[in-house]
Write a protein that binds this ligand. Structure first.
Ligand code: KG4
Ligand code: ZN
Length: 338
């Protein structure tokens, strides 16, 4: 079964062809980064307009790269949540029109479940395992029971971790997109120069929850204090100190979930899963099997969408032509590990 995947939830316009949820035949990601970089962040209106211009060409290119025609496609999968509503609507409506015109089934899927699925494109994994979903809009620690079933153990109560990277980079003018720029700067900096306090959230229902607005504000607002007291406020040192704390916050909650559940496999997904410190620090745990998607499958792409969508379509699920888009992530079951 060859599935055409479509992703347009934010600033990447992507299409991919994936066979049987496993084999990537082509994956095209057209990034809008240069169009948003001048504004130091994604401008929703610009994003949706560019998606409208690019979507058909991106789909054509993915067909050409796979050496396939429209008649070879067995179904479509498209992200309809969460994301920028205008951008989501471009991909969703394109998929609807394509499916209607060709008489093909289509399924709308959750972007975060697709990020979680990305690792399965490169590694065979048995359920259940723990999931770490870290992107620009969401930070979720979850118990993964199946391709469509997760229990949320914890999530950010305010900013997502990627958002904190982006906002710190924007504040200091480090460049765009923030996560990648800070990661690169941090490699050359001293992470011990500035010390930021960790959120104190770990009681009761908040045992695996995360918080980034305090760290973001401390890094952005209190630098003068740190500059005089603790050392040179170079871009590299700010980046390294911020990154260390941002990753420590994630690791503390993740390792607590590992201990409480006794589950020794952790699968990461989302743009922040590309972070080099996160990858190194998690690899330091000999008892934990950590699976990261390759870098090209960490950020937004349509291969993860096609692969996840295959499973819904294979069991006969179809989305209706009046399917809606939503800015919000699916309301997954929230469950503490103990
Ligand atoms: O999954 P993604 O491509 O888009 C969303 O679904 O949001 O994630 C984008 C986020 C951005 O916040 C970006 O700054 C962050 O991922 N990011 C990184 C790195 N590469 C991208 N954050 C930290 N380190 C990186 N190397
Ligand atoms: Zn994403």
């Amino acid at each position: 079964m060859k599935i055409l995947g479509i992703e347009s939830s934010c600033d990447e316009c992507a299409a991919a062809l994936v066979e049987n949820g496993k084999t990537i035949l082509s994956s095209v990601v057209a990034t809008q980064i240069p169009f948003h970089a001048v504004y130091k962040g994604v401008v929703p209106e610009i994003a949706s307009r560019i998606h409208t211009e690019w979507i058909a060409k991106v789909v054509q290119e993915s067909l050409a790269k796979a050496d396939l025609g429209m008649e070879d496609i067995d179904g479509l999968a498209v992200v309809n949540r969460p994301g920028l509503i205008g951008s989501l609507l471009v991909g969703l409506n394109f998929a609807k029109a394509f499916s209607w015109a060709r008489g093909l089934p289509y399924i709308a899927v959750d972007h975060m479940l697709a990020h979680l699925y990305a690792a399965r494109l490169v590694e065979e994994l048995e359920y259940p395992y723990l999931g770490l979903l870290v992107s620009g809009g969401h930070s979720i620690i979850c118990l993964v029971k199946d391709f469509d079933t997760i229990d949320v153990l914890g999530a950010s109560i305010d900013d997502a971790v990627g958002e904190a990277f982006d906002k710190v980079a924007k504040h200091y003018g480090f460049g765009y997109p923030g996560g990648l720029v800070i990661d690169k700067l941090a490699e050359k900096g001293d992470s011990e120069v500035f010390t930021f306090s960790m959120p104190n959230l770990y009681k009761g229902d908040h045992r695996y929850d995360l918080s980034y607005s305090g760290l973001k504000n401390a890094v952005c607002n209190h630098l003068e204090k740190y500059r005089t007291k603790e050392g040179p406020a170079s871009a590299e040192n700010i980046a390294a100190s911020f990154r260390r704390t941002a990753i420590d916050i994630l690791l503390r909650a993740v390792m607590r979930a590992v201990e409480d559940t006794g589950i020794k496999t952790l699968v990461a997904g989302g743009g922040v899963a590309a972070n080099s410190l996160l990858r190194r620090r998690l690899a330091e745990n000999p008892d934990l099997k950590v699976v990261f998607p390759p870098l090209e499958l960490c950020g937004d792409n349509a291969a993860m969408v096609a692969a996840l969508g295959y499973h819904y379509l294979a069991r006969g699920e179809r989305s209706p032509l009046d399917e809606v888009a939503s800015a919000r992530v699916t309301r997954f079951r929230r469950q503490l590990a103990r």
